[in-house]
Ligand binder design. Structure first.
Ligand code: AMP
Length: 549
């Protein structure tokens, strides 16, 4: 048939080319590891990423080669994203918060040939270098003046760029060429690589700009707090050039004070990050009696956002919170929680109850919940089962792995969830974190959210403890806010009337802090190691099974 649309591949390089042509003077502002604020434009970023692409060629890299980064959110990292992906290589963002041995394992598994690193990570890299088998070049992402002693043999990023021109044509690649690689945080076993393509990355970037997703536009000043090494900062380095949004990169300074200063000076209107970061910011704003005067809305995800946090940000600080869910294997966005038109007339508390969920699916992803036999479960907001997903930005397999994780074409997320009649998802657990009491499931996230709504509680984790009669019973591990006191009995009483009696935790342990993974999630494996055999109070335990209640 004649007269069809133009056949043009979806390529990552077109995002930066578009931003240069149509948003030439839109700023990108970065807090540098060197300490100061750096400011330039999409035009400059495009120019420098082409110089970087020429430099990659000089280092002997070929299309398909993996190039690793250990870097914070900043303009040089952004340039490398485009230089590597745009020229047909694979941009491998490595999470520097993993254990050093795990980082070496990942670099070896990906067979990375070049590693770009921020100054911060030089000691880490020097430690693991003897373990890394494939690295040919190390490039310090700084200028000559900041090259430290002990960096002999390392290349200097600014020197590499200064030696090149911007005469570089982005190659016309097949849109199914690999462009990015990100390993899962690997709470169990070795991390696994999710390999993104140009097509999946561009489609994902379109999708996350939609009004019911991140609602990103050219009138936004967007600050990704979520690191570029955690699922590509949730796609923002691709979505911002797509719409021409101003980009603000926070570098290594992710504490409440530094973030607050940057949000204010750069008039940030939109941000995205995991709950722990927002916790730090809220604490800073309360202690210093300050507000964020330009921030309108934020996406919180990567771990369950406690309802108490939504309440604090919206009611105390006037910032709209949109709870979102996704995973590295999904590029990462799956869902965002925004209301439907019919919900707008509901009383505020009912609207709030909906907005605490993980939200509705973004077009491009489809999902279902299934029981242990793989049978579809109803979307009634009550039945919970294993969540399976599919879509053009969902992995079909792990990097270089022989076995496909897919079940009948669907990717099993490992999350347990309910879906209601309006299509809103509620994640109740990771499947391995569910508390199985007398054969029935108890949602650890629901119990954590209740504890965190108590004014004295800063953070809470619920894990399964071994129990002679019920197999497992919930144990609450709570961290109190500074200066607060609370008795075990008071916290247990706080659950009454909020959940079924047999869900109420059998015991409470007060801890100074809770362990987190490299991507800000509660590290329940460590907590289970420590508390699995915690002796539960006999009287409570004996009367707390579902049958008795
Ligand atoms: P990662 O690939 O490191 O981003 O981890 C993905 C996992 O984080 C998901 O499978 C969920 O278990 C968890 N997760 C992400 N967002 C949320 C959320 N909003 N609520 C609950 N769990 C979440």
């Amino acid at each position: 048939m004649r007269g069809l649309m133009m056949e043009m591949p979806l390529l990552v390089s077109d995002l930066i080319r578009h931003a240069d042509r149509h948003h030439r003077d839109t700023p990108i502002v970065s807090r540098r590891v060197e300490g100061d604020l750096h400011r330039y434009t999409y035009h400059d970023a495009h120019e420098r990423s082409r110089r970087a692409a020429n430099a990659l060629g000089k280092l002997g890299l070929q299309p398909g080669d993996r190039v690793a980064t250990l870097a914070w959110n900043g303009y040089r990292h952004f340039e490398i994203y485009y230089a590597v992906a745009g020229s047909g290589m694979v941009m491998h963002t490595v999470n520097p918060r993993l254990f050093p041995e795990q980082i070496a394992w990942i670099l070896n598994d990906a067979k990375d040939k070049v590693l770009f690193l921020d100054l911060t990570f030089l000691p880490l890299v020097q430690k693991i270098l003897p373990l890394c088998k494939h690295l040919k070049h190390l490039v310090l992402m700084t200028d000559r003046a900041h090259m430290p002693a002990g960096a002999e043999g390392l290349l200097c990023y600014e020197d590499l760029l200064a030696a090149e021109t911007d005469a570089f044509e982005w190659p016309a690649l097949d849109e199914n060429t690999a462009c990015g690689l990100c390993y899962t945080s690997g709470t169990t076993g070795n991390p696994k690589g999710a390999l993104y393509s140009h097509r999946s990355t561009v489609l994902h970037a379109y999708a996350i700009c939609l009004p019911d997703a991140m609602c990103l536009s050219a009138s936004d000043s967007a600050l990704p707090v979520v690191p570029m090494f955690h699922a590509n900062a949730w796609g923002l380095p691709f979505a911002a050039p797509l719409v021409g949004a101003k980009l603000v990169f926070p570098g290594a300074a992710l504490d409440g004070k530094s973030l607050h200063a940057l949000f204010e000076s750069e008039r940030v209107s939109f941000s995205a990050g995991v709950p722990t970061v927002w916790g730090g910011l809220i604490q800073y704003m309360r202690e210093n009696r300050v507000r964020l005067t330009t921030l309108k809305r934020t996406i919180i995800g990567g771990a369950p956002c406690p309802p108490a946090m939504i309440r604090a940000l919206e009611d105390e600080f006037g910032i709209e919170v949109n709870h979102a869910w996704g995973m590295t294997e999904m590029s990462p966005l799956g869902s965002v929680c925004k209301l439907k038109e019919k919900h707008l007339s509901l009383p505020p508390e009912e609207r709030r109850a909906i907005r605490e969920k993980q939200g509705r699916v973004v077009f491009g992803v489809d999902w279902k919940i299934v029981d242990s036999e793989g049978r579809d479960l109803p979307w009634d907001g009550k039945a919970f089962g294993d969540l399976h997903v599919r879509g053009p930005w969902v992995v079909s397999g792990y990097y270089e792995a022989a076995q496909s994780p897919l079940i009948d074409g669907w990717f099993p997320t490992g999350d347990v969830a309910t879906i209601d009649a309006d299509g809103f998802l509620r994640i109740t657990d990771r499947s391995k974190d569910v508390v199985k009491s007398g054969g029935e499931w108890i949602s650890s996230i629901a119990l954590e959210n209740i504890a965190m709504a108590h004014p004295a509680v800063q953070e809470a984790a619920v894990i399964a403890c071994r129990h002679p009669k019920w197999d497992e019973r919930p144990l609450l591990i709570a961290v109190l806010k500074p200066g607060q006191q609370l008795a075990r009995e008071e916290l247990i009483a706080f659950y009454e009337g909020k959940v079924a009696k047999w869900w109420i935790p059998d015991d409470v342990v007060f801890a100074k802090e809770l362990p987190h993974t490299a991507t800000g999630k509660l590290m329940k494996t460590a907590l289970r190691e420590q508390y699995r055999d915690h002796p539960l109070p006999a009287a409570t335990a004996a009367s707390s099974g579902k049958v008795v209640a």
